[in-house]
Design a protein around this ligand. Structure first.
Ligand SMILES: [Zn+2]
Length: 299
């Protein structure tokens, strides 16, 4: 994939960057990325255009159209040689950095925004048997498969475009941190995906973010990504995922290029640690106070 993503800036105030970078993968497939200067999450957004419908995967981390003209950019990419195609807006999952642009689309005609709650995802994609079963979206001569991938988020989905062989993995698999809320669900998802892609061609696996540099160092909360590694992963990376998630202690692990984390548990652990430290300090001061008082009485 011949693209160099904007690396953001160490000084976004004096060196501002364009809000969105658009990469034309082919005539009917676009990869958009919100600028690191607009949001350190710098999420990727994907637009697939079929004969009768267009599909947008995710709406990014910035709601304000004046800062992030996402809907305007997406509409400008739709073919204008016929009446405008209906647009379906879906999400890999419901975290805010993947759906903050929704309101820009809700106001537009011929646009359907599918909510991110599990019931809506199941109903709209015909996935009654969640998380087993595969959904299908027909864009007109272009079929996109939907594979349930809970683990990072309860209603997380991955998508596979048969026409290009692109696999859209959201935050389920990306070059960086694999944030796993539910290890059992995540492992089952990794196995489900491996089984799905085994007999299918996959050109690239495209996730929601890039969090690593070329040497494997993690970028965390920074607006400057020098020497960022490429976005794309491979079918081999998908097939290897069950082995990477197997045996995860549900807390923190470094496996190959990935950092596996359960952020909620780590936060709870840190909170317990902070409370325990506070209690210990209070007890120490109480003892010191008693000792000082008894010493004063003895005098
Ligand atoms: Zn997420």
């Amino acid at each position: 994939m011949d693209v160099r993503w904007n690396e953001g800036s160490a000084d976004c105030v004096n060196n501002p960057q364009p809000p969105i970078q658009v990469h034309r993968y082919n005539a009917d497939t676009f990869i958009l990325r919100e600028s690191l200067c607009a949001t350190y999450e710098a999420p990727f957004i994907y637009l697939l255009i079929g004969k009768t419908k267009a599909l947008l995967i995710d709406t990014g981390a910035v709601g304000d159209a004046k800062i992030m003209p996402l809907a305007q950019t997406v509409i400008s990419l739709l073919p204008n040689d016929r009446s405008r195609l209906p647009l379906m807006v879906m999400h890999t999952h419901g975290h805010l950095d993947h759906r903050s642009g929704d309101d820009q689309f809700r106001a537009l005609p011929d646009v359907e925004v599918v909510p991110t709650d599990l019931e809506s995802v199941k109903r709209r994609l015909g996935l009654a048997n969640w998380p087993n079963g595969i959904g299908r979206i027909d864009l007109g001569d272009r079929i996109v498969y939907v594979i349930p991938t809970p683990g990072h988020y309860p209603s997380h989905i991955a998508l596979y475009d048969r026409q290009t062989g692109l696999f859209f993995s959201g935050d389920f698999l990306l070059p960086g941190r694999l944030l796993i809320e539910d290890t059992d669900a995540d492992l089952a998802s990794a196995r489900r995906v491996a089984e799905f892609v085994e007999q299918r061609p996959v050109t690239y696996v495209l996730g929601g973010h890039i969090e690593l540099d070329e040497s494997g160092k993690v970028f965390l909360g920074t607006r400057y990504h020098p020497n960022e590694r490429p976005l794309q992963l491979t079918k081999q990376d998908l097939l290897a995922l069950p082995g990477i998630v197997t045996g995860f202690n549900g807390f923190y692990a470094k496996r190959g290029m990935y950092v596996l984390m359960n952020q909620n548990r780590i936060l709870i652990f840190l909170a317990i640690g902070a409370v325990a430290s506070l209690v210990a300090i209070i007890l120490i001061f109480r003892e010191l106070w008693r000792w000082w008082r008894s010493a004063a009485v003895a005098k």
